[in-house]
Design a protein around this ligand. Structure first.
Ligand code: SF4
Length: 328
């Protein structure tokens, strides 16, 4: 958790009050880390609100609490500028990945050219993973499109690194926990994606889940075609606000005779949207993963902006699949 660097940065800035922000999986560490911050003489305040990514910095909270600095744990820097000085503690995982990569290799016998991807928690393992694959006779590629902090890194809504090499590889190996990011790799590239899951020590394919999501997306688009009243959601979280994209989407839908309103929203929940019963379709310009992963929770179809273009015939389903479901 880079305790020494954190203390050093606080002292360097002369911060007297510090806001600590954690994603859900790391919140249990917060009281211990707050005590370490306290030793510098600064007052630590822990943000207890949910935090979904580095798009979700607590800027307004930091300003209203009058803090001198925010310490964001668990993600790498995403926004170009922060209004409150912010340091990022990426929280690298100490788990060994070799065994699960060996297991994953047995699922990749038919492919020669492999792309690698991971989250910031495991970027330090990519050199080792590459070596294991090369020893097994594979050709390995790691994309670096320059948008994220590290080559090969993916985040929930940015797969530019894998996208940049997708045409040159037959399959991807994702190193890391869970399904969320690996599914994003598959949906962005439409390539077979194998997960080397070091926490449970197993390897698996996300193919079936990707197929299920694709079918669901198609069903959502079909249902939305009959919709008349559209709402374009404008995210209020600092790193999720895409007002220009929302305004443009509104214009394009109106040109196709849809009635469109803009909804500014911080937390996109079924309860919040239920208050607008006349809306037939939501187009989400904030976090695209809410449309992709949580769609079943909403009463009406929720689409990404590209899916909305498919609904009004400006983009074909085939073009969308080629582009990748999570590409903007
Ligand atoms: S917009 Fe969504 S997917 Fe992207 S970083 Fe934020 S929470 Fe994650």
């Amino acid at each position: 958790m880079e305790e020494e660097r954190v203390k050093h940065e606080i002292l360097k800035l002369g911060a007297k009050r510090v806001l600590l922000q954690f994603p859900e999986g790391l919140k249990s560490e917060a009281p211990r880390l707050a005590k370490i911050v306290e030793k510098t003489g600064a007052v630590p305040i822990i943000s207890a609100d949910p935090c979904y990514g580095a798009c979700d910095l607590p800027t307004a909270e930091a300003e209203s609490l009058g803090v001198d600095m925010t310490i964001h744990y668990g993600h790498s820097k995403l926004m170009k500028h922060e209004r409150v000085p912010t340091i990022y503690v990426e929280a690298r995982a100490a788990v060994n990945v070799d065994g699960t990569v060996e297991k994953a290799l047995s699922m990749m016998e038919h492919w020669h050219n492999i792309g690698l991807a991971t989250t910031v928690q495991h970027v330090q393992t990519l050199d080792v993973v590459r070596e294991i694959l090369i020893r097994a006779g594979k050709t390995v590629m790691i994309g670096d499109a320059g948008r994220l902090s590290y080559a090969g890194q993916v985040i929930g809504c940015d797969y530019s690194n894998v996208h940049s090499i997708a045409k040159d590889v037959e399959a991807f190996l994702f190193v890391g926990g869970g399904l969320f990011h690996a599914l994003g790799v598959a949906l962005s590239t439409m390539k077979p994606t194998i997960v080397a899951e070091p926490y449970e020590g197993r390897a698996f394919s996300v193919e079936k889940e990707a197929e299920r999501v694709m079918k669901q997306r198609w069903a959502n688009i079909e249902e939305a075609r009959g919709g008349k009243e559209f709402a374009v959601l404008v995210g209020l979280k600092a790193g999720q606000m895409r007002l220009e994209q929302a305004l443009q989407t509104k214009r394009r839908l109106e040109e196709k005779d849809k009635s469109v309103c803009l909804l500014a929203i911080n937390e996109i929940t079924p309860e919040a949207l239920m208050e607008f019963p006349t809306i037939d379709v939501y187009v989400n310009t904030a976090c695209p993963r809410i449309a992709i992963d949580d769609t079943a929770r909403f009463r009406r179809p929720m689409l990404t902006t590209n899916e909305a273009l498919v609904v009004v015939g400006e983009l074909s389903w085939e073009e969308l699949c080629k582009k990748g479901l999570l590409e903007s």
